[in-house]
Design a protein around this ligand. Structure first.
Ligand code: HEC
Ligand code: HEC
Ligand code: HEC
Ligand code: HEC
Length: 212
């Protein structure tokens, strides 16, 4: 074998090149596999310049208010999964009008989207993406973006969602709103605005003849 290799030294190089390229392909694949395993951390500081762009995180994990008060007078709240560990999830539900055992009075209007398109039927203390990966409430934007790609694209380009701070990131940082700082996840469309009379313009409109 070694004699054979001495005769053909290029074979050593060939083996080396094949092994090295195989290894680098394996690394690329492994990196892809690990990034796919966790949803994109959107509600995070993105260092895309000398100064950061901070996206405000979504809400903390909600808890249900029992309406009771403890001895110190604080509201007694329970985790969602306290009840939902033992309820049968209603995967068809896409309305709130017939909720009578719990969550009475919840206002809901979001297309024909079912409650459990967002809430995670296997753990109500989280949300979930279409492929089943769970999303913590503070990362809710990942979930919105999955269905509203156009709005998300506009958001990333800066024409949707507003911002505070600097447009030029070499001058200073920027703070961006979370989708649900503006849109209620349960009825995201804004109510129509009623037209009213324009304000009286006393500066740019010339006074009518004879008026004082
Ligand atoms: C006191 C018990 C209780 C708690 C705590 C509770 N739920 Fe519920 N929830 C229910 C019941 C019961 C229903 C079914 C309602 C009905 O049929 O009228 C329900 C229904 C729902 C549904 C509709 C889908 C389904 O499975 O029917 C969602 C979504 C939901 N709850 C989310 C939550 C979230 C989020 C929290 C935490 C903020 C929470 N729940 C806390 C009892 C509870
Ligand atoms: C578009 C995704 C989405 C859908 C669809 C959705 N939710 Fe929610 N839900 C959320 C988010 C996000 C929060 C956390 C909001 C917050 O804390 O400000 C939440 C909070 C809640 C809470 C706790 C806070 C509260 O408002 O009482 C309950 C209960 C709840 N949802 C029930 C439901 C029910 C019932 C339905 C279906 C009729 C439903 N949700 C549909 C995203 C959704
Ligand atoms: C499972 C897919 C899905 C998810 C997740 C989802 N939406 Fe929606 N959304 C819809 C559908 C479907 C409609 C109804 C579209 C229509 O009527 O044309 C809608 C409607 C809307 C509208 C009103 C659109 C209009 O034409 O005026 C807004 C705003 C909105 N969603 C924001 C959000 C936000 C914010 C979130 C995250 C909390 C979210 N959506 C999560 C599917 C989704
Ligand atoms: C600064 C407040 C604000 C933020 C943040 C915001 N929106 Fe909006 N969004 C609006 C307003 C205002 C409208 C227009 C009124 C309407 O259609 O209800 C709108 C419209 C929409 C619409 C319907 C029209 C369209 O462009 O398709 C969708 C869907 C939507 N937003 C989704 C999102 C999502 C997803 C996010 C997060 C990535 C987001 N919005 C963040 C204020 C906001």
């Amino acid at each position: 074998m070694s004699l054979y290799l001495k005769k053909h030294p290029w074979l050593v190089w060939l083996t080396f090149v094949v092994l090295a390229s195989g290894l680098s392909m394996a690394i690329v694949w492994a990196q892809k596999a690990t990034t796919a395993a966790s949803p994109e951390p959107l509600a995070n500081v993105k260092p895309s310049g000398p100064h950061p762009v901070i996206i405000k995180p979504g809400p903390a994990t909600p808890r249900l208010d029992t309406g009771l008060k403890d001895k110190a007078g604080n509201a007694v709240t329970v985790a969602c999964n306290t009840c939902h560990a033992s309820t049968t999830p209603d995967v068809q539900r896409n309305t709130s009008i017939d909720l009578f055992q719990a969550h009475r009075g919840l206002q809901y209007q979001h297309g024909a989207v079912t409650c459990l398109s967002c809430h995670n039927a296997s753990n109500y203390d989280t949300l979930h993406l279409a492929d089943g990966r769970s999303v913590a409430f503070p990362d809710v934007m990942t979930l919105c973006s999955q269905c509203h790609g156009t709005a998300r694209r506009d958001y990333d380009h800066g024409s949707h969602g507003g911002m505070n701070g600097h447009w030029d990131l070499t001058k200073g940082g920027r703070i961006r709103n979370n989708c649900i700082n503006c849109h209620d996840p349960h009825h995201p469309e804004f109510p129509l605005v009623q037209p009213v009379l324009p304000p009286r313009d006393r500066i740019s409109v010339p006074k009518a003849e004879g008026s004082h």
